[in-house]
Ligand binder design. Sequence first.
Ligand code: SF4
Length: 369
Amino acid sequence: MIDSIKSKISNNIRITEEEALNLYKDVDLLTLGSLAQERRFNLVPNKHVSFVIDTNLNYTNICDAYCSFCAFYRTDPSDPSSYTYSVDQMIDKIRKAREKGCTTILMQGGLNSDIPFEFYTEIVSRTVKEFPDITPHFFSAPEIMKMTEVSGLTIKEVFQELKKAGQRTMPGGGSEILTNEIKSKISRFKPKNSVDQWTDVHRNAHDVGIYTTATMMYGHLEDDSDIIETLSHIRKVQDEAINSKPAKFTAFIPWSFKKDNTALGKKITKEAGPNQYLRIIAISRIFLDNINHIQASWFSEGYKTGQIALSFGADDFGGTLFDENVMLSAGFYNRTSVDGIKKLINDAGYEAVQRTTEYDLIEVTSKAI
Ligand code: SF4
């Protein structure tokens, strides 16, 4: 069976879920890596590795979702460590990020019912008006659902309003593992927090022309088949987008669960290590044949593992993430600079190229999407 899968990969033929599970579970790491590199160079036929200059800002840590894997949220507004910033305060933070050279602002927050829908549209419109050289890469699927709740609008109408305000891209958080069984175990399960919720939000974003990323947080309660099921849902949404929509997923970004200070962490004896991360990068590249960019994360997995992932199918190195508080809350801290990122990429044998949020390369003329 492995020989027939290898032949499919060499001939750029799509592999099935069953074949992906087989590869992921049974093939040795280096073979998996070389198969992934074959796919990588078929899709991205040069040694460019892109990165973005960005930061991750949070407008509130008040949240009513109670995800057991999260160390970031607070439930009580009177807790001295809780916060909700105004639009003016966030604009000030964006100004400071711009002074550091950021071109992308990744902004996310807790699910705070006291924030009106106008907050979200205003922060987008002020960002694009006051900082035309910055792309607002704001809000993930659970926040979009919170916006439908506070506004009474449909998912599509929320996106239409955000697009009218100037939003063009959205991050892919909130997927974690895309099986209803795992979702029911790691966050407060209700019909809205299901696989369908995450995929519907992204389908609607693509419908109105907003590009999104897809993510996966693994290394907790899932098994191997849950990982392949997650990839399968993402591949399906991307097939629909490519066939009929004005936008699609730009990249897939996996990262491992960080357990410190979380309720879920008490049930996990061991965090996922580099071996599993590299297998996941490789199988993602092979299985997600319709997503151009697979992102390696120096930030979540460490500098060395991030570098090695570039030889396991990844062609993007993420961002500078000057400010990051979600993983920091779980006791995880990594930092670098623009020169640091370039050096890591170049030292791994690739050519570092700055990109936009939409994965267009800035220093060369090619169109990446
Ligand atoms: S992961 Fe997001 S939605 Fe879940 S508790 Fe944390 S802040 Fe809230």
